[in-house]
Design a protein around this ligand. Structure first.
Ligand code: GLY
Ligand code: MN
Length: 457
C-alpha cells in the first residue's frame, strides 16, 4: 500500500468533487472457475484499490459526505478461513493503513444504506462490470438488474483523479513496464520455428511471476496477429511466419504495463515483412513524435493513419488523397484498432467507467468502423499515461467483405491487395507518460526497428 496520506488525500479530493451524498464502493468477490473453491485469480476492483488500498475479497466501503463518515464494511477471517488459507493482517489494521478507523461487519452495510434511503439521501454508485455487483445493488438498494443508473458525478470525480498519475503511481507503472519489457525481450529471444505458441506464452508468464508480478491481461502470443485479440496458443510456428505478442505485467500494487512486439519466426524478416513492418514503425514514430500536452489524441490517430495511407500508396495498395481516405474511413482496411489507451491500475484504465468519460472528456464517440475503436481522443495533459500501438493488419474476411460491397474503391486497390491476403498482422506498442514539455517513454527499451528486432533473433 501507499502511505496513509495518499489514500486520505485522494478521498478528500473526491469528496470536494462530488460535494454531497453517499458514495458506495463495491469491492470484488472471489469467483469460481468451475466450482466455488477453484477460483479465478482474485483481483480487487481498481477504484476500491485507488481510494482504500485494501485487497480483501467481499468488502465494501461508504464515503458519507454529508455526515463526514468513511466506513469499510467487511468481516475478519473466520477460523475455517485461517485453517485453509492461512492467517493475515486483520481487516481493521489494513483499513487503518488507509486512514480508515471505522470498520463494521458486512451485514451492517444494508442497514446503513437503508437509513440513507429512508432519508432520501443521494446514493452514488459506479457502473457495474460483474454480475455480483448487479446482484449487490439489487440486494442493497433494490436496483433492478439492467436498471442501474450509475452516478455521472461519481464517475467524473474518479476519472478526474485517476487520469493524472502521481509520482508514486508512475514509479509503479515504470516497474510494471520494466517487467513487461523483460517479458517481451525473453520471448523474442526464445521463439524458433517448430515451437508451439503456448511455449512463448509460458515464457511471458514465467518472467512476470519471477518478478513478483502477474499478467495484467490474457497474453496474446500468436502467428495470426491479424486477429487483434487472439488468445489461442495452440498453433505450431513455422518458418516464414510472423509472430505477434501483446502482453503486460501487473505489479503487486495492481499497476499495469502493456506492450506489443512483432518479429519473424526466422532470424531475419523477409523483404515484404520488412516493408510492411517499416510502415508500422512509421505510423508508430509519427504518433510518438506528436505526443505533448495540448495535442488532441484523435488528431494523432489521424496523423498515424495518414502516414499509413501514404506508405500504402507507395506499395500500390491504396490510392487517392490520404486525408480524404482517412476521413472516409478507408484506412480501416488495414488499421482497424485505435491508436492507444490510458493505462494505470487497469490496462485499459477505467474502461469500466466508460471511455466517453476517460478518453473523450464527455464528448460522444464516432460510430465509424475503425475510428469507433479509438479508446482515447481527448487533449493530452501532463500526468496522463497511455499506450501507442498502431497496427497494420490484413484480414481476409474484411478484404472479401469490402471488396464484395465495392467499399472505398476510390482508395483501395483490391487487385493488388489479393497478393497480401495471407500476410498476417503487425503491431508494436510502447507506454508513455505525458510530461509538462512532451513525453517520456516508460520502461526498458524493447526492439522496435527491424534491425533492433533482428539483433535479438
Ligand atoms: N493489450 C491489449 C489492448 O491494449 O487492447
Ligand atoms: Mn494496449
Amino acid at each position: 500500500m501507499f502511505s496513509i496520506d495518499t489514500y486520505v488525500a485522494r478521498r478528500e479530493k473526491l469528496k470536494e468533487s462530488v460535494k454531497t451524498g453517499l458514495l458506495l464502493f463495491l469491492g470484488n468477490e472471489e469467483q469460481g472457475l468451475n466450482y466455488e473453491d477453484n477460483a479465478f485469480r482474485y483481483r480487487q476492483d481498481s477504484t476500491f484499490l485507488y481510494f482504500f488500498g485494501v485487497t480483501n475479497a467481499g468488502i465494501a466501503a461508504i464515503i458519507d459526505i454529508d455526515n463526514n463518515k468513511e466506513i469499510i464494511f467487511g468481516d475478519e477471517l473466520s477460523i475455517d478461513a485461517i485453517v485453509w488459507m492461512g492467517n493475515q493482517e486483520s481487516l481493521r489494521d489494513k483499513a487503518a493503513r488507509a486512514g480508515i478507523t471505522d470498520v463494521r461487519p458486512y451485514s451492517e452495510l444494508k442497514k446503513y444504506l437503508h437509513a440513507a434511503l429512508v432519508k432520501s439521501e443521494p446514493i452514488h454508485y459506479l457502473p457495474t462490470y460483474r454480475a455480483e455487483h448487479k446482484i449487490k445493488l439489487l440486494q442493497l438498494l433494490n436496483v433492478g438488474i439492467g436498471e442501474e443508473t450509475p452516478s455521472v458525478d461519481f464517475i467524473k470525480g474518479v476519472v478526474n483523479l485517476r487520469n493524472y498519475k502521481s509520482a508514486e503511481e508512475i514509479a509503479q507503472i515504470r516497474l510494471a513496464c520494466d517487467i513487461t519489457a523483460d517479458m517481451h525481450i525473453e520471448a523474442i529471444k526464445t521463439l524458433r520455428p517448430g515451437m508451439r505458441e503456448s511455449e512463448i506464452a509460458a515464457i511471458i508468464e514465467y518472467v512476470a511471476l519471477k518478478n513478483n508480478a502477474n499478467l495484467a491481461f490474457p497474453t496474446i502470443a500468436t502467428k495470426n496477429g491479424q486477429t487483434l485479440h487472439n488468445h489461442f496458443h495452440g498453433n505450431i510456428v513455422k518458418q516464414g511466419d510472423l509472430f505477434l505478442i501483446d502482453a503486460g505485467a501487473e505489479t503487486d500494487m495492481g499497476y499495469a504495463g502493456d506492450m506489443s512486439s512483432t518479429f519473424p519466426a526466422d532470424k531475419k524478416f523477409t523483404d515484404i515483412q520488412r516493408t510492411i513492418y517499416t510502415i508500422q514503425n512509421n505510423m508508430h514514430n509519427a504518433a510518438v513524435n506528436a505526443l505533448r500536452p495540448g495535442a488532441k489524441f484523435e488528431d494523432i490517430y489521424d496523423l498515424s493513419a495518414k502516414v499509413m495511407v501514404e506508405d500504402m500508396k507507395s506499395l500500390n495498395l491504396m490510392k487517392g488523397d490520404a486525408e480524404e481516405a482517412v476521413k472516409a474511413g478507408a484506412h480501416a482496411m488495414f488499421f482497424q484498432c485505435g491508436l492507444g489507451h490510458m493505462m494505470g491500475l487497469d490496462v485499459h484504465d477505467m474502461e469500466n467507467l466508460g471511455e466517453v468519460w476517460v478518453g473523450y472528456n464527455g464528448k460522444p464517440k464516432s460510430t465509424q468502423f475503425g475510428r469507433k475503436s479509438l479508446r482515447l481522443a481527448r487533449e493530452l495533459e501532463p500526468g496522463f499515461v497511455l499506450t501507442i500501438e498502431p497496427g497494420v493488419y490484413f484480414i481476409p474476411e474484411l478484404i472479401d467483405k469490402w471488396k464484395a460491397e465495392h467499399q472505398f474503391e476510390d482508395f483501395i486497390n483490391y487487385t493488388e491487395l489479393e497478393k497480401y491476403r495471407g500476410f498476417g498482422g503487425i503491431r508494436n506498442e510502447e507506454d508513455f507518460l505525458i510530461t509538462e514539455t512532451g513525453y517520456e517513454m516508460l520502461g526498458k527499451k524493447t526492439p522496435l526497428t527491424p534491425d533492433e528486432v533482428e539483433a535479438l533473433r
